[in-house]
Design a protein around this ligand. Structure first.
Ligand code: COA
Length: 269
């Protein structure tokens, strides 16, 4: 169990708090595993009606930990986990999102990058502060959008806005995210947690069977999201080993701009 994810249950709400602010709450394997276990626990535990995600230190999450990414890209198909068909902790967590039967709420302050943004598309209620900034730099990392966002993004905000956020990589401010229908309300930072928790508790107090049934009806078939996650993941795994993705990750870790043309030239030999 990691110290970087805190899980507390309060008033029927399981609060999952990201506690890795020194690394902008970037998600590591153990953090994903802790979140997956928490989502599984919510399914089994009647005392939990709702799960709420919240960051810390003025950041929601900088997405996947890039060091973890690099290690996985280098190990590739030769890692013992891959050989046994065990999915990466990130994929394992992402696959649980459409399967979750209980409502999910997010409270977003500051940066929400990569999966920090795409996981919001699985949430039923999202509250943000004026400082919230949603970004998905997948393309700039030589990758494709994940977590079913290729389906949920256009559905939620229309093709044009989804393309701008997910493919162009344009940051969305809290206001823009509100207009795009990703965020329910923008609230001052000192009221964020209380606002999200109050809404989550209201949901958790509703007749449970009616709540879960209504949510299931509204979300329709989760299988189509699961299928998109698998298609995205296939493309992602291939691209993660591409010269351009390797260059993007190395450049990030070396704190310099990437040179994609050079990476392509070197790959050609
Ligand atoms: N993976 C691993 N480490 C990360 C990280 C990530 N996704 N995001 C931030 N960090 C680390 C930085 O390496 C730095 O570590 P250090 O203090 O040991 O050098 C620390 O968090 C603080 O980040 P820093 O870049 O110094 O802060 P900043 O305010 O200048 O920039 C970000 C913050 C989030 C904009 C920038 O760190 C960034 O672009 N991160 C990568 C985001 C990303 O591409 N995520 C993957 C999406 S698929």
């Amino acid at each position: 169990m990691t110290q970087e994810i805190e899980i507390k249950v309060e008033g029927g709400v399981q609060v999952i708090r990201f506690l890795r602010a020194d690394k902008k709450n970037a998600f590591t394997g153990p953090m994903y595993n802790a979140m997956s276990e928490a989502l599984d626990g919510a399914e089994r535990n009647d005392a939990i009606g709702v799960t709420m995600f919240i960051g810390s230190g003025g950041v929601f999450s900088a997405g996947n930990d890039i060091n973890d990414f690099m290690r996985r890209a280098q190990a590739g198909a030769t890692s013992p986990e891959a050989a046994k068909g065990i999915p990466a902790p990130s994929l394992d967590f992402i696959r649980r999102l459409p399967k979750a039967t209980k409502p999910m709420v997010a409270a977003v302050d500051g940066l929400a990058i990569g999966v920090g943004t795409t996981m919001l598309l699985h949430c039923d209620l999202v509250y943000a502060t004026p400082a919230a900034s949603l970004r998905t730099p997948f393309l700039d990392l030589g990758l494709v959008p994940e977590a079913g966002s290729s389906l949920l993004g256009p559905e939620r905000m229309g093709h044009a806005r989804a393309f701008e956020l997910l493919i162009l990589g344009e940051p969305f401010s809290a206001e823009r995210a509100l207009q795009a229908g990703i965020v329910n309300a923008v609230v001052p930072a000192d009221q964020l947690e209380a606002t999200a928790l109050k809404a989550a508790k209201r949901l958790a107090a509703k007749p449970r069977e009616a709540l879960l049934t209504a949510r299931r009806l509204m979300r329709q078939d989760p299988g189509r999201i699961a299928a998109m996650i698998d298609a995205e993941s296939k493309a992602y795994q291939t691209l993660m080993r591409s010269p351009e993705a390797k260059e993007a990750f190395t450049a990030f870790l070396e704190k310099r701009p990437p040179d994609f043309a050079k990476a392509r030239r070197q790959a050609k030999g």
